[in-house]
Design a protein around this ligand. Structure first.
Ligand code: BES
Ligand code: MN
Ligand code: ZN
Length: 503
């Protein structure tokens, strides 16, 4: 799929299809009006007859419109002009892409990027259109014998911008959008991969592939023997019930000499059965997505490599499998973490924090500027924020604000929860320094409170993506989140994100 920008008028396009908006009730957008004029009122007469109301997502495909050089005109309902918001814009783009892909237009010139979206500029509209298009065309069908491929798929999409001055802005938006889309696709592919294929060794092999492809990336993989030497007993305890060896992959990207790195740590439980505290059978297949954090770190590293940003970043994929078995760790066990702090295990299903705490201790050796961990950590986060918003907790206010800003810019939302000291009391153990279980109240916060005991040496933020990493039901599959958020954060840190183009 190819994207480009141009600045021209709709009647002059020679394409398989021109895409223009119609507002509710039955009002042509300024661009559609130009087509109406050249066709002697053809479009307005259709609207008068009631063929299209203009409700959001309504589509009307026209052929051989008089006076128009393109073969087709796709009229797209955009709702009430003044109510067009971000969410509706993305839905409209998505619907448009599906329609184009299914109706034989292999290329199109899209004027929807000229619509006025509240508070958003051309850069945003073009970039979101690229990301939405790519995401909408994604499917995970490599295990399907018969793949449902459209006969004449959309191959080329041109976005129109209102002025020539905005062409460079549009091109940059495409570059950034494509990098984010690639990161999202890679995240979705590894996350959707079944757990009999995607085990910790598979995750590590994906990390090595990145180093093979880019000169300024190197990857190192730490297996169980080295973990034992490092004293990562908490991480290893979780892995003990599984036949699949735990592996932690460390992907190092160098874009800025000896500057302190930003470190991203992803929870990579390639399957979380719960272990001895086993989960109920229903929906357990979805625990293959418990490596969604690691998948998003991998995807973000791909986006970063494609953008070649001038920063140093280290991505850690903390791969592990949580299984019951004769050698599995048990409730009651007391573990000595790499940091020296001891943990009494009260529930083997609270394994994510046990893996992450050692990974977070390990990364201290890189003298990090910032550490962000990403994890499908708690079911409680779904209760708190549902499936639209990731949980954010941090020990450093400016970092939390940076991440909230990035999430807002990228349309990949997160919301902060507090980390007040009082919550630490829920982790008290009669026998060890802490337990791995905080009880029912504020499960997302107590999980983060646990992690905060291992991140005192640096600025740290934690993203709980339990509700946002994948979808269940008929659209089951990885969402690729929070790759857009993380990539935006890196773009901002690199100082190359769009700044001039404010409306
Ligand atoms: N991976 C799960 C969290 C999870 C559950 C994410 C469902 C998405 C959907 C995590 O390892 C887990 O099992 N957490 C437990 C913690 C509890 C035992 C303190 C949970 O949330 O129930
Ligand atoms: Mn678990
Ligand atoms: Zn888990």
């Amino acid at each position: 799929m190819e994207f480009s920008v141009k600045s021209g008028s709709p009647e002059k396009q020679r394409s398989a299809c021109v895409v223009v908006g119609v507002f509710e009730p039955r009002r042509l957008s300024p661009v559609a009006e130009q087509l109406d004029k050249i066709s002697d009122g053809y479009l307005s007469s259709l609207l008068r007859r009631g063929d299209l109301e203009g409700k959001p997502g309504q589509m009307l495909l026209l052929h051989q419109v008089p006076g128009v050089l393109s073969e087709r005109v796709l009229l797209v309902g955009c709702g009430k002009e003044r109510e067009l918001d971000e969410r509706q814009y993305k839905q409209i783009i998505n619907k448009t892409i599906t329609t184009l892909n299914e109706t034989g237009s292999m290329e199109a010139v899209c004027f929807l990027t000229e619509l006025h979206v509240k508070g958003r500029d051309t850069y945003w509209k073009v970039r979101q259109a690229v990301e939405t298009t790519k995401a909408g065309l994604y499917s995970f069908d490599q295990f399907k014998t018969n793949k449902a491929e459209p006969r004449r798929p959309l191959r080329k999409l041109v976005f129109n911008v209102p002025t020539r001055r905005e062409l460079t802005i549009g091109e940059r938006a495409i570059t950034h959008g494509l990098a984010v889309a690639k990161g999202v696709r890679i995240c979705r592919d590894v996350a959707n991969m079944p757990p009999n294929v995607c085990n910790p060794a598979y995750l590590a092999s994906q990390a090595r592939r990145l180093a093979d492809a880019y000169d300024n990336i190197s990857t190192k993989v730490i297996g169980e023997q080295e973990m034992a030497e490092l004293g990562m007993n908490s991480y290893l305890a979780v892995a003990r019930g599984s036949e699949n060896e735990a592996m932690m992959a460390i992907i190092e990207y160098k874009g800025n000499g000896d500057a302190k790195p930003i470190v991203l740590v992803g929870k990579g439980l390639t399957f979380d059965s719960g272990g001895i505290s086993i989960k109920p059978a229903e929906g357990m297949d979805e625990m293959k997505y418990d490596m969604g954090g690691a998948a998003s770190v991998l995807g973000t590293m791909h986006a970063l490599a494609q953008l070649q940003l001038p920063i140093n970043v280290i991505g850690v994929l903390a791969g592990c499998e949580n299984m019951p078995g004769g050698n599995a760790y048990r409730p009651g066990d007391i573990l000595t973490t790499m940091s020296g702090q001891t943990v009494e295990v009260l529930n083997t299903d609270a394994e994510g924090r046990l893996v992450l705490c050692d990974a977070l201790t390990y990364v201290d050796r890189y003298d990090p500027e910032t550490v962000i961990d990403v994890a499908t950590l708690t079911g409680a986060c779904i209760i708190a924020l549902g499936h639209h918003t990731s949980g954010l907790l941090a020990n450093h206010n400016p970092l939390a604000h940076e991440l909230l800003n990035a999430s807002e810019q990228a349309g990949d939302r997160a919301w902060r929860l507090p980390l007040f000291d009082e919550y630490q009391e829920q982790l008290e153990s009669p026998f060890a320094d802490m337990t791995n279980l905080g009880g029912r109240p504020a499960g997302t916060i107590t999980a983060a409170a646990f992690l905060s005991r291992f991140t005192k040496k640096y600025n740290w933020a934690h993203l709980d993506i339990a509700g946002t990493a994948w979808k269940s039901g008929k659209d089951k599959g990885s969402t690729g989140r929070p790759v857009p958020l993380l990539t935006q954060f890196l773009l901002n840190r690199a100082g190359v994100a769009d700044v001039e183009d404010k409306e």
